[in-house]
Write a protein that binds this ligand. Structure first.
Ligand SMILES: [Zn+2]
Length: 337
């Protein structure tokens, strides 16, 4: 009941095709990813480091549909999912599954309900969540057992946290998105996970590298062992920026990498006005590669939030207010010792 959808060339046509398939699949399929049934038997643990599928995305349909990354699904000690805007109780621009408390007017109830729906659909206890506090920094928090529920069942006693890492089984790291790039990383050897919000500032300042460095220094992870996913976020066609943003990237990026992630606008008028397009997903991949991850262990589904603003929340794709989606990443159990 899981559909694997390839995006071989990353073209717009592919994005359109995927979008249609997502719509169809969300109607026809039922959620199958269960926290309770996956990986609870120690004997089923696999330690294979190999990665079979890249550049793919799973769609889990049902009343509250969600997405997941097969690269992470393959690891039976991991729970991963990514919300869409479908299946919640929020209204208007926030319709329907808004997961941002700050954007929801009139109290926490609707967002609480949206989180509960999402958790139930994906099969994890909502009380296990630990929420980031995103302000476009590169700050990473090492999440411990005592953080369980923070941001949901209790107040966060931290702020300015755009990335979370942990080795505690049963905790679910939650980070938020509405065009910015979701970064999910996992070490299958040491069973450590990390999630980070990488907007253009975070990408420029290399929060992906900070995430990997924190996993390395805190838990002794080897980046060569790691796998990672770069989630739905704004594509380079949709992400037009002024010259100053392009210049900031140029100043901080190797010329050969810069060539891959930035181009001038094709429209002559826009070109004259200094408009550029930045490929944030590719920039994040480059940050991961620079941190030591292997190319074939980084999954980039190449799904644009802005091109799919009816399914996904998008800052640029929304005329007025918009909600936020979230990525959820958790450890189901410790590896067999
Ligand atoms: Zn787009």
């Amino acid at each position: 009941m899981i559909l694997f959808m390839g995006l071989p060339d990353g073209s717009l046509h592919t994005t359109q095709m995927i979008r249609q398939q997502v719509l169809i699949c969300m109607k026809e399929m039922r959620a199958v990813h269960s926290y309770k049934t996956i990986g609870t038997d120690l004997t089923t643990l696999r330690r294979k480091p190999a990665v079979r599928a890249i550049d793919h995305l799973c769609v889990h349909s049902g009343e509250v549909p969600f997405l997941s990354f097969p690269l992470l699904d393959e690891q039976d000690w991991l729970m991963n999912c990514f919300s869409t805007r479908l299946g919640g109780v929020s209204e208007e621009g926030l319709a329907a599954l808004n997961l941002s408390y700050t954007r929801e007017k009139g109290g926490r109830e609707k967002v609480d309900e949206n989180f509960r729906r999402m958790a139930e659909s994906a099969g994890f206890p909502a009380e296990d969540m630990v929420l980031s506090w995103q302000t476009h920094t590169t700050n990473i928090r090492v999440v411990r057992e005592e953080d369980r529920g923070k941001g949901f069942t209790s107040q966060r006693d931290y702020c300015d946290i755009d990335g979370l890492v942990t080795d505690v089984p049963g905790l679910v790291l939650v980070t938020f998105y509405g065009d910015c790039v979701p970064l999910l990383a996992a070490d299958p050897v040491r069973h450590v996970i990390g999630a980070a919000h990488s907007g253009w500032k975070g990408t420029l300042n290399n929060i992906g590298g900070e995430l990997i460095r924190t996993m390395k220094e805190t838990y002794g992870c080897d980046p060569a062992d790691m796998i990672a996913a770069i989630g739905p976020s704004i594509c380079s066609d949709c992400f037009e920026v002024d010259r100053d943003v392009a210049d900031a990237f140029r100043a901080k990026t190797d010329p050969d990498v810069f060539e891959k992630i930035c181009r001038t606008a094709s429209d002559p008028e826009k070109r004259k006005a200094g408009k550029h397009h930045i490929d944030l997903q590719e920039a994040c991949r480059q940050n991961f590669l620079h941190a030591g991850l292997a190319f074939d262990r980084i999954s980039v589904p190449d799904v644009c939030s802005c091109c799919n603003s009816d399914l996904l929340f998008s800052h640029r794709g929304s005329p007025e207010e918009h909600g936020l989606m979230a990525a959820f990443l958790g450890i189901l159990q410790r590896k067999k010792r």
